[in-house]
Design a protein around this ligand. Structure first.
Ligand code: CP
Length: 403
């Protein structure tokens, strides 16, 4: 009854808008496939006439009941057809920013096979990479990804090349900090089309770290798409590269993946471990996390994983072993254990199903993992590092599309 009424009342102009919605959907799809921009011609014209129609009828009919009914039905059709299409990605800060992971992985394989096929997307666009902490892989791989897409790229070490930054709101800035983060970010956004930010946890105050103050200021004030290049709690570009690497090497649909805590002389953030846990669970793998007691991750990230305190038992039947140190989340930022028995060595690997060894790097050899394991033919550390370019390029491509 309801739809019958509206079907019969559908004005020609609304059918036009309906057609626009379909055309818009196809144009998004085509552009995603790298077919250029001319397909936007029809939707733009249609949109122009539709807006003119509404303005004219608004003046003629005033705020009539029928006018608003007609406007609503057009919006309904627009949303119905447009929301399914690939709008450009506005932020990449966690796996939650990904709608369909299998499709993203397919896209990553496409990018890897044909890295220069989308060079027109980044023409005359500028990528800004902003670092508050050191980096080798993220810095170089994200630049290479931007270059492969035809972008210009600026790299800036915010902590020692810019003014010292205030991150708290409402403070009287009569101390060392010369510039507020909201001003700095808004200005940098004027120079960039996409921005990346690296801001580690300081491991002093858990609630401040887990509030992601720096990343959230970038999301709020940059006015450009934002890529996390490792935040206080997550490292999604690394995790995507890790998932691509596992997908390339897995022998079963749902491999057993073990995330093993390993010793380290310094307190490190939980970001890589949190992120790896989230992504592997989302990918549908069987994830076992093994660590000494007291190293439990924030359950919001480890949800869906099996926790096993016996490292050798955890390794049984593993297809992939991912070693990583992190400091305690419960006793925030503390080192509770440096027992070398947790170093990943041949002894533990023999429990596995000839597992592949993984680590995000940089790694402390013979502390986190022995030379024998990391230099073995089952080590995937270089493949992971190489896939950092693929991971970054896939995300930047999605940000540039339809932007
Ligand atoms: N894995 C990783 O993010 O390396 P960098 O810290 O060197 O960028």
């Amino acid at each position: 009854m309801f739809f019958g009424h509206y079907r019969s009342k559908l004005h020609e102009q609304h059918r036009h808008f309906f057609a626009y919605s379909i055309a818009y959907s196809f144009s998004k799809q085509k552009r995603r496939n790298g077919l250029g921009q001319s397909q936007f011609f029809y939707p733009k014209i249609a949109y122009h006439y539709q807006v003119r129609y509404y303005l004219r009828h608004f003046c003629e009919q005033g705020k009539s009941h029928r006018f608003f009914e007609n406007a609503l039905i057009s919006v309904f059709f627009f949303l119905l057809f447009a929301h399914k299409t690939s709008f450009s990605m506005k932020q990449f800060t966690s796996v939650k920013d990904i709608d369909k992971l299998p499709e993203l992985i397919e896209e990553a394989f496409e990018v890897k096979k044909n890295p220069f096929a989308f060079k027109q997307l980044g023409e005359n666009k500028t990528m800004g990479l902003f670092f508050l902490n050191p980096s080798l892989r993220t810095r170089l791989s994200t630049q290479k990804a931007a270059f492969n897409l035809g972008m210009n790229c600026m790299v800036f070490n915010l902590n020692n090349e810019g003014w010292s930054i205030e991150t708290k709101d409402g403070v009287v800035m009569n101390g060392n900090a010369a510039e507020h983060i909201k001003d700095a970010v808004a200005v940098m956004g004027q120079y960039c089309d996409v921005m990346g930010i690296r801001s580690f946890a300081n491991l002093q105050n858990r609630s401040e770290d887990y509030a992601e103050i720096v990343l959230n200021n970038f999301l709020k004030y940059a006015n450009t798409p934002i890529v996390s290049m490792e935040s206080a709690t997550l490292h999604p570009l690394q995790s995507l590269a890790d998932i691509i690497t596992i997908e390339e090497h897995k022998k079963t649909a749902h491999p057993k993946v073990v995330l093993s805590w390993a010793p380290h002389p310094r307190a490190l953030p939980q970001a890589v471990a949190n992120s790896f846990a989230e992504w592997t669970v989302r990918a549908g793998y069987e994830l076992v996390i093994t660590h000494p007691e007291g190293y439990e991750l924030d359950p919001q990230f480890s949800k869906g994983a099996i926790i096993e305190y016996d490292q050798k038992k955890a390794f049984e039947g593993a297809d992939f072993v991912y070693a990583k140190n992190w400091s305690s989340y419960q006793h925030y930022g503390q080192i509770l254990n440096q027992n070398p028995a947790w170093t990943v060595s041949e002894a533990q690997m023999q429990q596995s199903k000839e597992a592949f060894f993984m680590h995000c790097l940089p790694v402390r050899r013979n502390v986190v993992v022995t030379d024998q394991v990391i230099d073995s033919s089952h080590s995937l550390i270089l493949q992971q590092a190489a896939n950092r370019v693929v991971s970054a390029q896939t995300i930047l491509k999605k940000m540039l599309e339809n932007s």
